[in-house]
Design a protein around this ligand. Structure first.
Ligand code: DAT
Ligand code: MG
Length: 150
């Protein structure tokens, strides 16, 4: 669907390394519509909820500690196949396996410092958007839409 939404988050390392603009820019240039954005320092409970599926993993405590080490930049993009295409743009979870040209493949080396998050399914995207933007999201139409979608 051209109205599909995905939750993209620049993690604390990405914010510290000055990659917020670069990541937003890649999604904008690809043709995705930016529909929500904010810098956030969420409480531990929110990060544990965001990563609830991974709570039994051995790396979970380290993951939460890393995510609490500084602010994150929360984003929602809308567009054709946003979830799947967003994941392709991020690259493989482990940057050593991420293709060059992807965000992780261009800017990261370690799985525990992989710069960015992207929703993995449409269902999870909707959950994550509700978790990170409980205040709701502004709606607007993209004027160049007919130049991006058939
Ligand atoms: P992704 O972020 O690509 O959706 P995931 O949901 O499986 O990957 O894991 C969430 C994050 O947890 C991932 O971005 C980095 C961290 N992580 C995953 N596997 C890890 C591992 N084996 N060691 C350390 N951190 C890991
Ligand atoms: Mg994931």
């Amino acid at each position: 669907s051209i109205r599909e939404r995905t939750y993209i988050m620049v993690k604390p390392d990405g914010v510290q390394r000055g990659l917020v603009g670069e990541i937003i820019s890649r999604f904008e240039k690809r043709g995705f519509k930016l529909i929500a954005a904010k810098l956030a320092s969420p409480p531990k409970e929110q990060l544990e909820k965001h990563y609830a599926d991974l709570s039994s993993k051995p790396f979970f405590p380290g993951l939460i500690k890393y995510m609490l080490s500084g602010p994150v930049f929360a984003l929602v993009f809308e567009g054709l196949d946003a979830v799947k295409t967003g994941r392709v743009m991020l690259g493989a979870t482990n940057p050593l396996q991420s293709a060059a040209g992807t965000i992780r493949g261009d800017y990261a080396l370690a799985v525990g410092r992989n710069i960015c998050h992207g929703s993995d399914t449409v269902e999870n995207a909707e959950k994550e958007i509700a978790l990170w933007f409980p205040e709701g999201i502004v709606q607007y139409s993209l004027l160049q839409e007919s130049m991006i979608f058939e």
